[in-house]
Ligand binder design. Sequence first.
Ligand code: PLP
Length: 431
Amino acid sequence: MKHDRSSEIFQRARRLIPGGVNSPVRAFRAVGMEPIVIARGAGSHVWDADGNQYIDYLGSWGPLLLGHCHPEVIDAVRAALDRGTSFGASTEQEVELAELIREAFPSMEKVRLVNSGTEATMSAIRVARGFTGRKIVVKFEGCYHGHVDALLVKAGSGVATLSLPDTAGIPEDVTRHTIALPFNDTDALRDAFERWGTEAACAIVEPVAGNMGCVPPAPGFLEELRRLTQQAAAVLIFDEVMTGFRLDYGGVQRLTGIVPDMTTLGKVIGGGLPVGAYGGRADIMAQVAPEGPVYQAGTLSGNPLGVAAGIAMLKVLGRDPGLYTRLDRLTGQLAGRLLEEAGRAGVRVTLNRRGSMFTVFFTPRPVTDYASAKTSDTAAFGAFFRAMLEAGVYLPPSQFEAAFVSTAHTDADVETTVRASRGAFQAVAHK
Ligand SMILES: *Cc1c(COP(=O)(O)O)cnc(C)c1O
């Protein structure tokens, strides 16, 4: 497989854009190669600048639950385009998207639209602090909530990949009120709330973690978090930017029945355009300006193109009751077959999966938190990734990310992927 054009474009990018990319993990550094440059996508496939074709399990890092260029999403954006790209004023469509979101997530009694997941979590935390008059934010190691200053403590995703314990450019004063606890550790949770509970403004969690690779919650963990936050009168924020509308139409909160006080959304709700949202209990959201004293604004918030894509996306998802079951079944088949191939090649892996999110960890240990995720052999993952890419399968270019299956993926895609993995696991075994 040739990557001459990709390489040429990337060299140009490197002269101008830091690391040649507009978001760090795109640089492929964790997998020891130059990135491929994408030219286009359709359904479950993408093509790079050299014309090579890949089955895409990146899905733009999660938003593309219907695959690339779903006709209804594309048509909705085209129609919106003809009406104008932005007004900085109220539109009927933004109300419709907010209504669709609230129907799916009844706990979001009031909803504010923003432009990214980062903006959603940043704003939710500000509102929680405004509402409670408290400072402390409780988060969990390996969970990533966007590049919010106060939350870049033991964060997953690109921060994990680059092994930055924290990041430069954030004064200690800013993270002084952030407490990072191990994910899935109910005892640590109880201790922390005993000590800081009454000072905690909020706890924020990925209810199924996706940014240290896929790590589901242990039985009882989210329940205990709900109980303790309630007892401490701290705001519980479910960061469902990744899981919302992906694992179920109503997110993890519908699957588990655990009701948070606030929720953040992004990714899928924009149908591939930049849209985020935060919302929650009406009394908490009454803090938000102009109703209340917590300021939060955005020139392009509720952007007509993003909102049109989001509405089209949610309508397709909402009218098909079998969709999530089918996605779960297809991803389950793929995961089972990948495990078989790893076993056949003698490579010991742990495969974590929830619905259409999965990660193959190159470790024999169960992966239940950040520390166990870190036991993965990232060099082995790199070898696996490169062999898969060469065979036409595009996975997220880091061990600490979830792969995504879309409704556009087919049984034939699964077959091709499994066949590719046979050689890739052998490449790892012979390394
Ligand atoms: C992707 C993600 C974010 C950040 O969203 P951006 O749109 O990249 O700012 C926040 N939280 C979670 C759980 C995510 O997966």
